[in-house]
Design a protein around this ligand. Sequence first.
Ligand code: FES
Length: 153
Amino acid sequence: PPSSRVTLTVNGTRRTVTVDNRTSLLDLLREDFGLTGSKKGCNAGACGACTVLVDGRRVNSCLTLAVRLEGTDVTTIEGLDKGGRLHPLQQAFIEEDAFQCGYCTPGQIMSGVGCIQEGHTGSPEEIREWMSGNICRCGCYTKIVRAVEQTAG
Ligand code: FES
C-alpha cells in the first residue's frame, strides 16, 4: 500500500516515520509510538476517547490521517505533566473524583485543556456544550465539568 514519510513533534520530541497512508493518528500513537493513553473507543469520531491536541487544537485522532500531520505539534495525555508534576486539570480530576472506569478520562482531560485554551469556560453550560463530543458511560459529567471550571479559574 502507498506510504509516506512524515515528520511531526509528539510531546516535544521530533519524530520521522514512514506510515501507510491510511494510518490514523490514533494508531500511529498507540501502535508505532507506544503512547497508549489515547483510547480507541468507537474509532469513528463519536466518543472523544481518542482526543489529542494538534497545534493546540482538539482533534479526534481516530479520524485524523497521520500523513496530514507533517510539521505539526501533537500533545497527548502523556505529554501534559511538566517534570513529573501533573497538569492542573489532571490534578483537578483527582480532587473532584471526575472518573469511575477511567476509559474516557485521557480524552476528557485533553478536551478540557483545549476547552480552557479556547476560552469556552464561561459557565457550566458552556463547558458542557464545548465538551459534548466526549462521552462518559459512567455519567461523571457533573464532576468533569466542575474539574474544568475549577481549573479555568
Ligand atoms: Fe475517536 Fe471514538 S475513538 S472518537
